[in-house]
Design a protein around this ligand. Structure first.
Ligand code: EPU
Length: 429
């Protein structure tokens, strides 16, 4: 089993380039199934979730061609059936976007229930079902397969989401792109990857208004065509490197970012005493202070502080003066890192959906286990600033969503190796 081995205590210095956004990629790749035209997708991150998604598309009959430099061409002309039940479907959460995409193409979808990171409580799909049902889909779940059927074609509908779910917003947008009439999603998610999918669907001929606000209108088209698109850069990978620079007291230029998408993260880091400056249209420089200040953090839907950054923020607050509270209002049990940080000497405990953290002078290296993707990233950051050696198991979670994390960290001066490939992976950032 692969492990990361981190000899901590070295401030990160230098520059790093951020890859394409995971959560945009896993929405855009299934969108290419809606058309029999060719889609070219650029800035695709080289991560496990994308590789799994490409395999799922190939099993469906699509051709996926690596065009080099992070670009891929997807030709879904050969997709002849709406049945996506291969074992890979359970390897990631976003496989459920094939419900919306296959409904849009065939008026039917038979899709295996999704997998993905487990935060300790069931991750519901009732809002997806509510939206698709309002558009005329009949949905049933049997033997682990979700079947969605329509008499003829989906129709537009008014859908109010009880929570601004990213997944439900994306699934409904995909399905509505070829429905008859207009679909309105009220209380829609506003995350950058929702907007990126809307951009891609528009390039494919869809008519979508309001993505990025809480009301999205989709005027359905008879069919979509192929299109070319470059995926936005990953707000959460950038945020993770910002947190790593700050936690280690280093200075890192983070390139290939969209600074606007980072404001929800930068604001909190600045409150902690971190210095952050935009140095152009697509770069920020992050410099950690001698000692961080305690702050309270509440994860909320965009443009709030991202739930995908609360574990990394918690690590910073373990090393801050005073007591902080980290609350997650999106996933109330997303705290798989607490016991691991406690092994490193952190003073940290859960109180309902809040984590209470009293800053300590230093963390110490320990054997750890990553429980999910962002908890794994948080443990890497903890290992980078700890005294001594940290070994992290469960790195498959981290590799689901971070491209070449070890290579990038090494290029910033970190002493990190993988038990699989100790010295071989050189930085390719
Ligand atoms: N929810 C429901 N019913 C639903 C859908 C969601 O009650 O039908 C609830 C969830 O239980 C949660 C809240 O709504 O309490 C928000 O869930 P959302 O649907 O927004 O999350 P998601 O689509 O399952 C995506 C990202 C996550 C990220 C969340 C929140 C992808 C593939 N996943 O998940 O990313 O944490 O939005 O921003 O886009 C990650 O990158 O590590 C990750 C887990």
């Amino acid at each position: 089993m692969s492990k990361y081995i981190i000899r901590g205590g070295k401030p990160l210095h230098g520059s790093v380039s951020i890859s394409g956004a995971k959560n945009a990629a896993v929405a855009i790749i299934p969108a290419a199934v809606i058309t029999d035209g060719i889609c070219r997708v650029e800035n695709v991150p080289d991560i496990a979730d994308v590789a799994v998604y490409f395999n799922i598309l190939r099993r469906l009959g699509a051709e996926v061609r690596d065009a080099g430099g992070g670009a891929f061409e997807i030709n879904s002309a050969g997709v002849a059936s709406p049945v996506a039940t291969s074992g890979d479907m359970q390897k990631l959460r976003a496989s459920y976007y094939l419900i919306g995409a296959l409904l849009a193409r065939f008026g039917r979808a038979d899709v295996a229930m999704p997998g993905g990171c487990n935060f300790g409580a069931p991750r519901q799909i009732d809002l997806h079902i509510k939206g698709l049902s309002a558009m005329g889909a009949s949905i049933s779940v049997k033997n682990g397969v979700i079947t969605a059927t329509t008499e003829d074609r989906l129709h537009g509908a008014y859908v109010f989401l009880d929570a601004p779910s990213v997944g439900a917003t994306i699934n409904i947008m995909l399905a509505a792109s070829t429905a008859s009439g207009t679909t309105v999603i009220e209380n829609a998610a506003r995350e950058p990857h929702v907007v990126d999918l809307a951009t891609f669907l528009s390039l494919m001929g869809a008519e979508i208004y309001g993505a990025g606000t809480n009301t999205i209108r989709i005027h359905g088209k008879d069919r979509l065509h192929g299109g070319a698109h470059s995926i936005i850069t990953d707000q959460l990978e950038a945020g993770s490197f910002m947190a790593a620079a700050a936690a280690t007291g280093g200075r890192v230029e983070i390139n290939n970012v969209i600074p606007k998408h980072l404001e929800c993260i930068s604001g909190k880091l600045c409150e902690m005493g971190v210095s952050i400056h935009e140095t152009g249209d697509s770069s920020v420089v992050v410099e950690g202070p001698g000692r961080l200040r305690c702050v309270d953090v509440t994860a909320a839907p965009y443009p709030g502080f991202p739930t995908d950054m609360q574990p990394q923020a918690a690590v910073l607050l373990c090393l801050a003066d005073g007591t902080s509270a980290v609350t997650d209002n999106i996933f109330d049990t997303r705290f798989k890192y607490i016991d691991e940080l406690a092994k490193m000497g952190a003073s940290i405990k859960a109180a309902g959906r809040t984590v209470i953290i009293k800053g300590v002078p230093a963390l110490t290296g320990a054997p750890l286990k990553a429980g999910d993707l962002r908890a794994g990233a948080a443990l890497v950051i903890a290992g980078l600033c700890a005294r001594g050696t940290t070994e992290i198991e469960g790195v498959r979670y981290i590799e689901r969503g971070y491209e070449n994390m070890l290579g990038k960290l090494r290029s910033l001066g970190a002493d990190v190796t993988s038990s699989d490939a100790p010295a071989r992976e050189t930085a390719a950032v």
